[in-house]
Ligand binder design. Sequence first.
Ligand code: PGA
Length: 257
Amino acid sequence: MKAMRQPVIAGNWKMYMTIAESLDFARALKPLVVASTGCEIVVAPPFTAIKAVSDRLEGSNVEVAAQDVASEPGPGAFTGEVSASMIRDAGAKWVIIGHSERRQYYGESDESVNGKIHASIAVGLLPIVCVGERLEERNAGRAEQIVDAQLSGGLRNLTESEASRIIIAYEPIWAIGTGQTATPETAQQMHAFIRLRIKAIFGGPIADKTRILYGGSVKPDNILALMNQADIDGALVGGASLEADSFARIVNYKQSD
Ligand code: PGA
């Protein structure tokens, strides 16, 4: 089953990188991954650099994501928001939705995640939908319950064909930016659970095809062990995606040890 799922390695730049820095990164990354055919490669610059990075990467094997999107399709009077069609217009093909930092600091709810997914799919953007539990929730034995609620709320009212375009990123909050990666076994356990839940909601064929990425302190030296797990189909990388060299080593995980 895993063989039929093309891995995705995505870099989430968060609130880092000016336009000039983004272009330097794109220039440095391209030759390092030009021969990487084993996975889809995605970078998520801040909104301000999406257009420049997309232009610079045009025709390469690296695609661009936004880090968030408005839930209103627009156009309309929504000051500060950026619509899915504007993101397409700037050259991105993907969008990260429901990252834990958006949930924690900006009040992102499963309901708004759901709206953002619908708005994105309507214009052909591929959503990377983030889920994950806090440390105290895991310690209380509630990790699966939390992720289950995020999935059923976030993925509400999608047709099978819409659901087939979605990528899930499991990012335990205690592993993000802490250097404390989930062990491959812990991650695998949750990924298998997520696939089961997708099967329950959308059926077996969609569950088998859905890419489930792991995120949380992914580095060049732990990616291979994570990717060797049956239900881990890629990674969403924060800190280690900010240097072209370390991001390329993660993308090229099969070549390095
Ligand atoms: P990290 O971030 O790799 O720096 O832990 C991951 C993320 O927030 O997507």
